[in-house]
Design a protein around this ligand. Structure first.
Ligand code: SAM
Length: 454
C-alpha cells in the first residue's frame, strides 16, 4: 500500500527509538523504507496516526512491536564461512591452543553474538565437528540475536544455495541434505547450538552460561555508534574467558573503542584477547568501526515503495567549509595531531562517511599503524566499494603487512573497478598525493606482476 508521506521529523523519531532500543543507526537513505514500516505498523495496530504509534512505542506501551520493527530494520546479511580466514585461524591456531588449555575439562563454549539466521554458529559447528583434536570433547555454541524472526529461521536451519556457496563439497555432503530448492543443516550438529534472544545493548545481560572460549561478534558493531560499541564490548569482556578469543568483522577494530582487549595476530587475520589489567587513562574516544552503510535490500515484508523525488535544495551561496577537507589541509601542512583530532570529530558526526574512513587509514599509515590502516580502508570500502584509491591503499597496506594473497586480490579489484568505468575518486582528499586512474592502474599492474613473480 502506498501511504501519504510521513513527516520527516516522525521518521527520524522512529530512527532514534530504533537506535535507543537496539543500537542500530538507521541511515537517512533508509528513511523512505522506515516511513513505510511506520505506516504499516500503525495500521496493523489500528492506530489513527503515526504520532500516536510513536508515542506508544516511546512510552513502552507497544513492547511487542519491537519484534516486527527490529526484524524489518536490522541487516541480516550472512553466509557460511563468511571471512574464511577466521575459520582457518580457528582450526589451525585457536582450537589447538584451547585444547591444551582445557585438557582437564575437555569442554569448549563458543558464542555467536548477532548470529542472523544461524549461518555463523552453524559454520562454527562444522569446524568443531571436523576438528580431529576435538574428538571425544564436549562443545556447545550459544547463538543470540535481537531478531526473533532470524532466530526462528536459524532453528529451522534451511539455507539457500547462495548461503552455502563457500561450503566445500565434502562438508556439504556430510552436513547438509537437499530439500527441494534449499539445503537443510545437519540436525546432529544443530543439537550443539542453542538459539536465544539477546539484545546486546540491553544491560545487564542475563546469565548466558559463560565464560566463553570464543566469541564471534562480527559485522554487528559496524551499525552502532561509539557509546553503544563501548557498552557492548564492555559486556563482552566480562563474558570472555581470560585466555579466550574475540573475533570482530574484518572492517571492525577495538582501537579507540575499548581498552580491555589487545589484538592477537593469527597469521591471515587477527582476533582479540582480554588484557589482564586495563590501562588508565582511557584513550580519546571515537568510533573506529564504521557505523551504518546504506542497508542492502530491505526485508520483503514491508517492501519499500519509491520515495517521491526530493526537490533539489536551493543553491547555497556560501557553503560551510567541509571539515574533512580541512583535516586533509592540516595533514598536508604536516599537522598530524590536529588533522587526527578534526577527523575524529568528522567521524563522530558522520560515522558512515567512506572518505573519512579512507583518510583515517591514510593517517594510520603515516603513523605506522598498519593493522589499523587496513581496518580503516576496509571500512571505507565497505561503505563505498568503488573508491579505487582507497582500495589501492588497502592493497599496498596488505602487501606491506606480508599478506600477499589478499593484496593481490585487492589489486585485481582495483583493476576490475577501473575497467568497469565505475571507479570513484576520493575527491575530498584531493589535496593528498593520491594516484589518478591511470597511475592507479599502472601501480596495481606493476604490484601484481611483482607479487606473482615472487
Ligand atoms: C550483518 S548480521 C551479521 C551476522 C553474522 N555475525 C555475520 O557476520 O555473518 C548482523 C546481525 O546482528 C543482529 N543485531 C543487530 N543489533 C543487535 C542487537 N542490539 N543485539 C543483538 N543482535 C543484534 C542483527 O539482527 C543481525 O542478525
Amino acid at each position: 500500500m502506498l501511504h501519504r508521506p510521513t513527516p520527516r521529523s516522525l521518521v527520524s523519531r522512529l530512527a532514534e527509538l530504533v537506535e535507543r532500543v537496539s543500537g542500530n543507526v538507521v541511515p537517512e537513505g533508509f528513511y523512505p523504507f522506515l516511513s513505510e514500516v511506520l505506516q504499516e505498523r500503525r495500521l496493523a495496530r489500528g492506530l489513527s496516526d503515526p504520532e500516536t504509534y510513536l508515542q506508544a512505542l516511546a512510552t513502552g506501551r507497544l513492547e511487542e512491536e519491537w519484534r516486527y520493527l527490529l526484524a524489518a530494520i536490522t541487516v541480516k546479511e550472512s553466509f557460511f564461512f563468511r571471512t574464511p580466514q577466521h575459520f582457518a585461524a580457528l582450526r589451525e591456531v585457536v582450537i589447538p591452543q584451547l585444547v591444551k588449555a582445557r585438557a582437564s575439562s575437555r569442554r569448549l563454549k563458543l558464542w555467536s553474538a548477532g548470529c542472523a539466521r544461524g549461518e555463523e554458529p552453524a559454520t562454527l559447528a562444522i569446524v568443531l565437528a571436523e576438528h580431529p583434536l576435538l574428538a571425544g570433547w564436549s562443545w556447545h555454541i550459544l547463538a543470540t540475536d535481537v531478531d526473533e524472526e532470524a532466530l526462528a529461521a536459524a532453528r529451522r536451519g534451511l539455507y539457500s544455495e547462495r548461503a552455502i556457496a563457500l561450503v566445500p563439497e565434502s562438508l556439504r555432503q556430510r552436513y547438509f541434505a537437499r530439500k527441494g530448492e534449499v539445503w537443510a543443516f545437519s540436525p546432529r550438529l544443530a543439537q550443539h547450538i542453542t538459539y536465544r534472544y539477546l539484545n546486546l545493548v540491553a544491560e545487564p545481560f542475563p546469565a548466558l552460561g559463560g565464560p566463553f572460549d570464543v566469541i564471534m561478534l562480527r559485522n554487528v558493531l559496524i551499525y552502532f555508534r561509539l557509546p553503544s560499541q563501548q557498552r557492548v564490548l564492555g559486556q563482552l569482556a566480562q563474558q570472555l574467558a581470560m585466555d579466550g578469543f574475540l573475533f570482530l568483522g574484518p572492517a571492525e577494530t577495538v582501537w579507540q573503542v575499548s581498552d580491555q582487549f589487545f589484538a592477537v595476530d593469527l597469521g591471515d587475520c587477527f582476533a582479540y584477547q582480554r588484557r589482564a589489567t586495563v590501562p588508565t587513562p582511557p584513550p580519546p574516544r571515537r568510533s573506529v568501526a564504521p557505523a551504518p552503510r546504506p542497508h542492502p535490500s530491505p526485508p520483503p515484508k514491508w517492501s519499500p515503495k519509491v520515495a517521491p523525488p526530493t526537490p533539489a535544495p536551493p543553491p547555497n551561496p556560501d557553503p560551510a567549509p567541509d571539515p574533512l577537507r580541512q583535516a586533509v589541509g592540516l595533514l598536508s601542512e604536516g599537522n598530524l595531531t590536529k588533522a587526527q583530532e578534526l577527523l575524529h570529530q568528522v567521524l563522530a558526526a558522520n560515522p558512515a562517511d567512506p572518505q573519512a574512513h579512507a583518510l583515517e587509514g591514510y593517517l594510520h599509515e603515516v603513523a605506522g599503524r598498519g593493522r589499523e590502516a587496513i581496518a580503516a580502508f576496509r571500512a571505507s570500502l565497505y561503505l563505498d566499494p568503488q573508491l579505487f584509491q582507497a582500495r589501492l591503499l588497502l592493497a599496498h597496506a596488505l602487501r606491506r603487512a606480508g599478506e600477499a594473497r589478499r593484496a593481490m586480490s585487492e589489486y585485481r579489484q582495483v583493476l576490475g573497478t577501473l575497467a568497469t568505468g565505475q571507479g570513484k575518486e576520493l575527491d575530498r582528499l584531493s589535496a593528498l598525493p593520491l594516484p589518478t586512474q591511470e597511475q592507479a592502474s599502472r601501480q596495481a599492474k606493476a604490484a601484481l606482476q611483482g607479487l606473482e613473480q615472487g
